[in-house]
Each structure stands twice: as structure tokens, then as C-alpha cells.
Ligand binder design. Sequence first.
Ligand SMILES: NC(=O)c1ccc[n+]([C@@H]2O[C@H](COP(=O)([O-])OP(=O)(O)OC[C@H]3O[C@@H](n4cnc5c(N)ncnc54)[C@H](OP(=O)(O)O)[C@@H]3O)[C@@H](O)[C@H]2O)c1
Length: 266
Amino acid sequence: MNSYCLITGAASGIGLEFAKLLAREDHQLILVDKNMEQLMIAKQKLEHQFHSEILILNYDLSQQGVAEKIFKDLEDRLIKINILINNAGFGVFGYFHEANWEKQLELLRLTIETNTHLLRIFLKDMLTRNSGRILNVTSIAAFQPGPLMAVYYASKAYLLSLSRAISNEVKGTGVSVTTLCPGMTRTNFQSFNGNPNPKYGLFCTTAEHVAAFGYKALMKSKSIAIPCFYNRVIANIHRLLPFDTATQFSRKLQERNRENLLNPVN
Ligand SMILES: NC(=O)c1ccc[n+]([C@@H]2O[C@H](COP(=O)([O-])OP(=O)(O)OC[C@H]3O[C@@H](n4cnc5c(N)ncnc54)[C@H](OP(=O)(O)O)[C@@H]3O)[C@@H](O)[C@H]2O)c1
């Protein structure tokens, strides 16, 4: 029987690496992204490399009601999803009161509203079959407040909390929910935040590594997965330092990574 896997934000970065891994394992892929041009390129490359047929769906996941549209679209094609990877995401950098409100709202709709709805809609369906795997991509940002990316950090904290709770609720049903929390990873994510030359430094890994780590955790039905030792330390920094010091630490990381945005050179 065909195993169908739906990946959001699959046109680049971590999502695309998940697509490669799953195609290699003979899963049938449905790739969702708002970037149609990159989606087409990904489809062509993956089909050529893995000789599999890939369905691409061009949706903006910040739009209200989009989760239901995707579910209906797949129902009409008689496709049942066995693996869901809720990966699409982006950040908004800047002081909370100054950063673009429309972008912040889009971020909240995508990370909170759509991810929650996709999780619920596909979980319900998987539970009727007592089978399925879901992976939600959050971030180590989910573990503490993040000055200068406050809405992003807070939205990832919501997703982490939701995902871990549902993982507990579905224990023993045959369906698993895994939360993947990457740290800094070389993808378009950083340049999307307005920084074409991010300071990656030593504490940075590749999208390939993050996807491989997440895939293993997904297949083992782990509830949470944090790739790289240093990310596990950063995720626990609030346990090691007083709360305000830990928040200041997050701020320093943001200032260091994006100092060119805070002090633009004219
Ligand atoms: N890279 C990091 O340092 C890092 C660290 C921690 C967590 N993460 C998380 O990892 C996940 C994947 O990010 P990435 O690093 O792989 O970034 P990426 O290379 O920018 O990939 C994200 C993909 O999601 C798509 N996307 C963004 N908004 C969308 C929307 N509204 N509807 C549909 N598709 C949308 C993007 O399309 P466009 O190209 O059109 O924008 C892009 O193809 C995100 O959830 C991110 O928060 C990343």
C-alpha cells in the first residue's frame, strides 16, 4: 500500500531535505509551499533523482481556512496521509512595536492557526485508522522569550506546548506526534529575516542534518527531538540561569546574528 507523506514549506531548506529523505524511503510525497517556482524545481529534481511521482500544492499557509482546503483537496484525490510534517515557518526580526504588523500577523496565522488546524484535521483522520505519524517543526526558540524576535519565539513556544500535549494524549493509539526543535541552520530562513549575510558561527548545522535527526525521531515515535548538543544546552539555558539573564542571553544572540540590521551602514 502507498504511504503518503505531506510536507509543508517543502520548496527549500529543512522541508526540502525531509522530502529527499522520504522520497529515498519510497514514500509518495505531497509538497506544499507558497513558492511555486521553487516547488516546481524541487518536484523536477526529486522525480528525476528518485523516480517517484510527486504532487505539489501551491498554498499560502497564512490564509484563513487553508488547512481545510488542503484536506479537502486530498480527499478529492482519494489520498490518505500517513505522515504529516508541519514544517513551514518564517521569522520577523525587529522591536515588537516597530516590526511590520502584517508580517507578524501572517506569522501567527501560519505558526499558530494553520499548524493547529492541520495537526487537528490530519490527527483525527489518522486516529480513525489507528496509524500515522506527525512531526511539528518548532525551534529551540520555543524554550525561552526572544527579544527582537518576540512574536516568532512566542509562536514557537505555543507550538511546542501544543505538540507535546497532543503527543501525550495520543499515546497507545498507533498515532505519534513528534516535536523537532532545530537551532540555527543554514537555510533561506536567515536571509528571509532580512539578513543576507548571517553570522552562522560554530553553533550552526545543515538542513540535511536537522532533517535526518528529525526523521529518526519521527520513525521512533519520540515526543521531542533537539538536534546538536549545543542546541540542547541553549534550550535548557533558562534552567541554568535566572529568568531575566536567560532572556538577555537570547537578546544577545539576536543582536550578534543581526547586528547589521540594528546598526545599518548608510
Ligand atoms: N533555519 C533556522 O535557523 C531555523 C532554526 C529553528 C527553526 N527553524 C524552523 O524550521 C522550519 C523550516 O525553515 P527553514 O530554515 O527550512 O527555512 P526556509 O529555507 O526559508 O524554508 C521555509 C519554507 O517555508 C515556506 N513558507 C514560508 N511561509 C509560508 C507560507 N505562509 N505558506 C507556505 N509556505 C511558506 C517558504 O517559502 P518562501 O521561500 O516563499 O518563503 C520556504 O520554502 C521553520 O518552521 C523554521 O521556523 C529554522
